[in-house]
Design a protein around this ligand. Sequence first.
Ligand code: HEC
Ligand code: HEC
Ligand code: HEC
Length: 408
Amino acid sequence: MRAALLGLMACSMLAPAAWGAEQDYSLIERGRYLATIGDCTACHTAPGGKLMAGGRAIETPFGNIVAPNITPDRETGIGAWSDDAFYASMHDGKTARGENLYPAMPYPYFTKTRRDDVMAIRAWLNTLEPVVNRVDANQLPFPFSIRAAMTGWNALFFQAGEWQDDTQKSAEWNRGGYLVEGLAHCGACHNAKNALGGDESGSRLQGFALQGWFAPAITSGNGVGLDKWTVDDIVEYLKTGTNRFATAAGPMAEAVSDSTQHISLADLRAMAVYLKDQKGPAAEKRQAMAASDPVMQAGEAIYVDKCAACHTMNGAGIARLFPTLSASPSVEARDPLSVLHVILNGTRAAHTPYAPTSPAMPAFGWELTDVQVAAVATYVRNAWGNAAAPVTAGDVSSVRKNLAARRE
Ligand code: HEC
Ligand code: HEC
Ligand code: HEC
């Protein structure tokens, strides 16, 4: 029966009334859409595994936590949970037994989601195939393995509460804020975190290093973050994974592939309108390094030899194929982690039907020394109007170690 239901859902040609009340269908469809915005599958589905049957190990400052089975199986999933218990997991970060969840589950953001939306997600989850799969979520070392320890964390860093509309702002702005700050949990990666993984107060959306990448500031104004991006630029990036400024790599490529490309244009617009209205602190004024600097000269020589064929001599790149390095905020980001990650390991862009060719950036870690990578990174961060702190060979060496430690 459930399998049949799934089959029906996959086939949008069938009239909703095919199996029941129209209202149920729209509730379930809405839940499916909202679960995509929440990107539940990114964590709760293992690579190659059954949908939501328990998934990936999530890195936390304390150790790894595996996302549990949230299929409707009554024994090993959440089939036996009451609606209140499900709401409490999203709103308060609690298990059905009232214990604390770890914030590897993004409840500090999901708490903003209205109860009717949470219930729609539940209605959709209830239609999934129940999978028997017992997941031992908690793989943390003592004392972090004790869930009660999170009571202190919550007291310090967590405030439960649904999104409250700001009546001074438009309905579109409020819809965008509701999604960005809540279900879409953009801050899980883009908010600066303290050593315990809590959000630093006052640095919302201002950028943070995670999983070997730097998620740059996505505030706007003061010459920082998305200042030069229009609403349309932001929508295009989230829908296709690329635009005239940047191409999403690493965790953002996954976020685009799993989640944002499936968000409606109206909702993406709302998110972009909200982001364009978030101000971060002014950028520290930097002077570009002089072109005559020996490091810049060494970097330019490597660039001409290894990079210019794709990114072009003036760093402008080729639209939709090779990203610009001259107008990319992530190239100039205060932390060069993503730039170094891309140069050392290469990367592949997001898969979306809009940008299906997904060109790849080759890895250079094997052929360039730390000094050479530092020089070419310093060059791209200071050529063509860019201005950012130089990169040292020591920086490159520590990023190499960071990346090697992540390789299975
Ligand atoms: C970034 C990763 C991540 C995302 C995204 C995520 N979760 Fe989770 N979730 C987790 C982890 C990890 C746990 C386990 C935490 C723990 O055991 O303390 C968890 C726990 C849960 C639980 C409690 C299950 C149990 O057996 O205790 C529920 C329910 C849940 N998630 C639902 C969702 C839903 C619905 C979504 C999408 C709207 C979602 N999660 C998105 C990582 C995630
Ligand atoms: C899993 C972590 C993660 C999540 C969740 C996430 N991002 Fe990102 N984001 C990143 C990383 C890492 C980058 C840098 C990617 C790169 O260098 O190509 C990035 C880049 C971006 C950029 C490009 C910025 C630039 O200067 O090039 C935008 C815009 C963006 N994210 C918006 C969002 C929005 C909006 C959300 C929520 C819907 C979101 N992100 C959720 C990790 C994440
Ligand atoms: C064969 C073509 C090719 C060559 C050669 C090449 N790149 Fe790339 N590069 C790409 C593509 C394609 C991407 C986008 C892929 C992605 O983001 O996943 C990219 C992405 C990047 C980015 C990330 C841009 C952003 O907005 O986040 C940087 C930085 C970069 N390249 C620097 C270099 C440097 C430095 C060299 C020379 C050492 C180089 N590339 C050589 C094709 C190339």
